[in-house]
Design a binder for this molecule. Structure first.
Ligand code: MOS
Length: 745
């Protein structure tokens, strides 16, 4: 593709071919000389102490090189040093193999290192562990009375606590014309990216390590390794060019990274540690959550009182929080609000951000409650949203930088055919199936933080852009190339975006839907600075046609610097590079929000979701037959990859509402379905007609690309839209997710 502008074009993933042909290499696939394989031993008890670990039989097996436990682990910097990774909640980061204490079921307690993966895995079966067990609590509902406010920490910057109460909720609620009072329960979910967590460490000697890691942040992993093991940052290189799905699971350095580095440093060898699917249920999850909403509205449907409380699970060592209850007042301008979020520490591993953490939980409760109000008043659910439409974020009294939610509602409804809906529950049928239409709003933050990028023009006139950012399958490589293309005035095949290497310029973890808004402007800034350097070279050369011009009087187009006034006066980048004595031209630049102005406006991405379900009258089977998501997310850099993000989110929304749950047996403190046979996710047969509509939205405040991020919004509105459609089809309100068909019988 050569035509410009590149932004706005549905460019296919530039690395797509490598992925589908199997040539893309993932962290657990890098080969190395005399590579050793590690397999982790996990605790079979939930709480207590390790009395003894007998490894003698395992050690005697051929090919077993070492077995590392808390008894013989190397003394690394870790054990007397407090360290928090970029996504660490307030508290104390879990330290594998620190001592004999067991804090949760599945906790890593030893690493077997062998010459083959198979032998390492087999040797684990020969290890005899004796424990002293203690009583534990893993049941959120049974321990709900222990809920308390979470500790505050650095993480609260992107995860603000609930706003302070406003007005007088109790009085306003009591005097409301219509009142709701509803409880919601969400089950535990585990991230299940296709790629298993794996780390391959290449031991370079003299404390130098080259690490292939499954991660959503190369610099996050680099900082972790350097800090934990007392190594110099420059001696630790973390690379993750391909990531087979993240969804939040890679926002924190996971224990296979610790294990692989520990073994490599101890044995001075190349080591790989891979976790299996079951082990991927031992390091973080979307927490089970209890919610309570009480909304009050007047006879016209205008919301006057909002109470929303969430109680989520956390571990005994960190206070995991997510933003569950803040959203209602960001959308609906009630004057009287009471919003609370509490946590219950339990004997589990710390929960971990999972796609739209908090938002996909809270908006389910909020938007189902809105549907209840619509039914109590006989107002169309869509009309109710429009009655309560606000141009400002009432929770902060700030104007939105942009908000095209109204157009999402209207255009989404039109595309879906909302007007064909008969509001009466159980009134629409197709054969023996009850048909239901439901709708809901989605909202997610539009954030950005600091990002850096380097632009290098090589003597052949081509450009390489570098940033440490990962591409977790979202299309980051492709869209960064498109952004560079437009700024440089070069077709995308003249640009290479190199990434996911901690030696490259800084990028934060890839999450929170802030990657494009964070790294995109840095790429743009670096390309802009490169243009300036090129222009300076032109000005400095004697015979230049552009000598008299200022930077703002030229454009960069089709590989030329051209005078705006006189298009005949132009110089090609190749000519400039030819006179540069075979040297490259390079620049590294940062981009970040302006701290003085950034907080002055509310910033969010919005969606309107419309869903049709069919519910089998005899069998209760629920199918999402159709869904339309209309999204206003600022500038869409690449409609193809952006649509894929929303579609993926919608599929997850179906999964979260109808399929996924990790079940914990509280007698054992153990997840009972940690595998893809029993942890239900949708298959192709569960997914029907999904449609995405991007609503045009111009925003010159959020960043100079006007992008807001599409990674998470796709999932947010789906659960309530599906739940509302199920109510419309069946007349039953099921507020516990996932909704399984037996609940409808
Ligand atoms: Mo996302 S849960 O911020 O990877």
């Amino acid at each position: 593709m050569t035509k410009l502008p590149s932004i706005g074009q549905p460019v296919s993933r530039l690395e797509g071919r490598e992925k589908v042909t199997g040539t893309a290499k993932y962290a657990g696939e890098y080969d190395a000389t005399d590579l050793l394989y590690g397999y982790v031993v996990n605790s079979s008890i939930t709480k207590g102490k390790i009395k003894s670990i007998d490894t003698s039989e395992a050690e005697a097996l051929p090919g077993v090189v070492d077995i590392i436990t808390h008894k013989n682990r190397p003394s690394t910097a870790w054990f007397d040093f407090q360290y928090a990774d970029m996504d660490a909640p307030p508290g104390t980061v879990f330290k594998p193999l620190k001592d004999d204490e067991i804090k949760y079921n599945g906790q890593p307690i030893a690493l077997v290192v062998a010459e083959t993966f198979e032998m390492a895995r087999f040797a684990v079966t020969k290890i005899k562990v004796r424990y002293e067990t203690e009583d534990f609590n893993t049941d959120l509902e049974a321990n709900a009375a222990k809920a308390r406010e979470p500790k505050k920490g650095l993480a609260s910057m992107l995860k603000p606590p609930p706003p302070k109460p406003t007005g007088d909720f109790d009085e306003a609620y009591e005097s409301s014309f219509v009142k709701t009072d509803s409880k919601f329960r969400h089950g535990t979910e585990h991230h299940n990216p296709m790629e298993m967590f794996a780390t391959t460490v290449l031991y370079g000697g003299k404390g130098k390590l080259k690490i292939y890691d499954k991660t959503q942040g190369t610099i996050n992993s680099q900082m972790y390794v350097a800090n934990v093991f007392g190594l110099k940052m420059k001696n630790v290189q973390v690379i993750a060019p391909f990531v087979g799905g993240g969804f939040g699971s890679g926002l924190r350095p996971q224990y296979q990274l610790f294990m692989a580095v520990m073994a490599s440093l101890k044995l001075k060898r190349n080591v790989r540690v891979t976790l299996d699917r079951t082990q991927m249920y031992t390091f973080g999850h979307r927490p089970p959550t209890l919610q309570h909403t009480k909304f009050g509205a007047d006879e016209n449907g205008r919301l006057n009182a909002i109470y929303h409380k969430a109680v989520g699970e956390t571990s005994q060592f960190e206070d995991y929080v997510e933003v569950v209850v803040n959203w209602a007042n960001m959308l609906y301008p009630a004057e009287n609000t009471l919003l609370e979020h509490e946590v219950v520490p339990l004997d589990v591993y710390s929960p971990l951000d999972m796609r739209a953490p908090g938002g996909s939980t809270g908006m389910h409760a909020i938007e189902v409650t809105m549907d209840e109000i619509a039914y109590k008043l006989g107002i169309d659910p869509l009309e109710l949203r429009l009655i309560n439409y606000s141009e400002i974020d009432k929770s902060s009294d700030k104007e939105y930088s942009s908000k095209q939610l109204r157009a999402c509602y209207l255009e989404g409804a039109k595309k879906f055919g909302w007007e064909k809906r008969n509001p009466e529950p159980r009134s629409m049928k197709r054969g023996n199936k009850l048909v239901g239409y439901g709708m809901a709003t989605g909202i997610w933050d539009a954030n950005r933080i600091l990002g850096r990028a380097q632009a290098i023009m090589t003597p052949d006139g081509k450009v390489e852009i570098k940033s440490a950012v990962t591409d977790i399958g979202t299309g980051t490589k492709t869209i960064m190339t498109q952004i560079a293309s437009d700024e440089l005035g070069l077709p995308i095949d003249h640009i290479t975006f190199s990434y996911a290497d901690s030696k490259m310029p800084f990028a934060p973890i890839q999450g929170g839907s802030f990657t494009t808004a964070t790294v995109g402007p840095a790429v743009k800034a670096a390309c802009h600075a490169l243009n300036k350097k090129l222009f300076k070279k032109v000005k400095n050369s004697e015979d230049s046609l552009l000598k008299q011009l200022k930077f703002k009087e030229v454009v960069f187009k089709d590989g030329y610097i051209i005078s705006k006034e006189n298009p005949e006066a132009k110089v090609s980048r190749k000519e400039i590079m030819a006179s540069n004595e075979g040297k490259s031209i390079k620049t590294t630049n940062s981009a970040m929000p302006n701290p003085l102005t950034y907080g002055k406006k509310a910033r969010a991405v919005h969606s309107a979701v419309f869903v049709e379900v069919e519910v089998d009258q005899e069998l209760g089977i629920i199918e999402v037959k159709r869904a339309v998501t209309a999204v206003a997310a600022g500038k869409i850099i690449n409609p193809k990859t952006a649509e894929s993000q929303i579609l993926g989110g919608m599929v997850w929304g179906i999964s979260k509402t109808l399929h996924e749950e990790t079940l914990l047996d509280h007698r054992f403190g153990k997840y009972m379905n940690p595998n893809l046979a029993e942890y239900h996710i949708p298959v192709h047969a569960d997914i029907h007609d999904l449609n995405v509509l991007f609503i045009e939205e111009n925003d010159d405040f959020v960043n100079d690309l006007g992008v807001k991020g599409v990674g998470e919004i796709g999932v947010v509105g789906m659960p309530p839209a599906i739940a509302n459609a199920i109510f419309h089809a069946t007349g039953k309100r099921i507020n516990d997710l996932p909704i399984h068909f037996d609940r409808l019988l």
